[in-house]
Design a protein around this ligand. Sequence first.
Ligand code: HEC
Ligand code: HEC
Length: 216
Amino acid sequence: MKLVSSMIALAILALSNHIFAETAPGTGKTKGDPAKGQQIATQVCAGCHNPDGNSVIPTNPSLAGQHAEYITKQLENFKSQEGKPPERASPIMGAMVAPLSAEDMKNLGAYYAQQVPKPVGAKDKPLAEQGEKIYRGGNLETGVPACAGCHSPNGVGIPPSYPRIAGQHGEYVLAQLRAFRTEERTKDPNNVMHMIASRMSEREMRTVSEFIAGLR
Ligand code: HEC
Ligand code: HEC
């Protein structure tokens, strides 16, 4: 019995490695097609994210200039796999990704990555200045690392895994930091942003979100 189940586990592992190899982001032959991505973006996504991915609605993230691999990964995370709850919970985006294929997700990533981001700008400068301290230096007392370490000093991120956050809507950033703290955005207790957000105060989240909105 034990042998059988470990053989099944091995088979599943081999299979998932195979699938992963086929669909691994960033590997030359599996690059997305931005023209095909644009078709879906224009027909389905533009109403909320704008045709060029520079959202004008503060609760909807801007996607322009974001790393292709990160976008594809988030689209996968919104989709529930084999009846399990999705890694990233969003009723809206859950419905949006349901009809998308793996290929579509890659094409959409390729399209948005090519668009030119337009930073939204900070509305409250004093609040943003307080947030800059967290962004550049973190909080030593509570063990919050500097955001700049992974999202880079100017917020462009480091592809493929560390997203661009510069100029993103402050309202959206704040909502995401809260969602990382709870199980809304991740089911993984070792998710790095879950660990970071859990150590942040509400005040710190507010200030750093305002700073990020103005970052360019
Ligand atoms: C009805 C509005 C709406 C439509 C239409 C929509 N989105 Fe979204 N999208 C949202 C909202 C709201 C969020 C934030 C979800 C959350 O709270 O995590 C989001 C989040 C995302 C994210 C995550 C971005 C990040 O920075 O992590 C991606 C990627 C995305 N959408 C892509 C798409 C694509 C591709 C389509 C079209 C197939 C689409 N969206 C259609 C509203 C929409
Ligand atoms: C150790 C690296 C690391 C550090 C330090 C870090 N981040 Fe992140 N951040 C990530 C990764 C990886 C993701 C993608 C996580 C995911 O989707 O599961 C992310 C995602 C995010 C997102 C979501 C972006 C989007 O488009 O939805 C926000 C907002 C964010 N981080 C803000 C911050 C802030 C604010 C700080 C500093 C207090 C910070 N991060 C520090 C690695 C880091």
